[in-house]
Design a protein around this ligand. Sequence first.
Ligand code: SAM
Length: 224
Amino acid sequence: MTDSSEANRKYIYRRNKLIEHLRSRGIKDEVLLEAMSKVPRHLFVDTALEHRAYEDSALPIGKGQTISQPYTVAAQTELLEVKEGEKVLEIGTGSGYQAAILCEMGAELYSIERHDELYLRARETLRKLGYRVQLKLGDGTKGWSAYAPYDAIVVTAGAPVVPRELISQLKISGRLVIPVGGRDRQKMIRITRISEDAYEEEHLSNFKFVPLVGESGWKTEEPE
Ligand code: SAM
């Protein structure tokens, strides 16, 4: 047996443990849990952090950013209620991990990242693993009108307000899941477009995300 297959077996074991943990924390969507049991999170972090990839914690990915905690990824993705073949826009590609999960769930995925270094690394990781994601380098607070409207939009960074552009890029019955609040703590909000100009808004639990920086986000990464 080679070292790499031993390592792989070790990671499969740890990944299954993580799935059990997510179930114990209340995650129920079986399609999501199945996707999370397939995506090798250790390949989305620096090799020096690989051994921590299946802990339920956020980890640094460079540029002051993080790969979100697995529970956060699961909770946010569950709220999106994505069905196979739906068109999904992610704001904040980061490592590409959540994008890979949404692909595994059968979404047609579009994702935007503002840091070129992270955008390039995520593009390479997703390509190597065979995930087909349309990636863009830029300010995701403006959405991606070229491919709109979307069945679901997920924002993986904390916003001071809900960017209007994102709401306008939802299909009727489309869902926007976004953490909104201060820099230290945000409330997860799900907005569902009921009709051309009617929306339903649900306020859910508290989370802590890195800031959404852009035209309709925070103006800087650090507090001024
Ligand atoms: N979903 C990511 C993953 O699975 O690794 C987690 C991403 S991290 C918590 C949030 C990301 O949002 C960071 O990479 C950050 O650079 C990015 N970001 C912040 N503001 C942004 C914006 N306006 N447009 C696009 N990306 C943004």
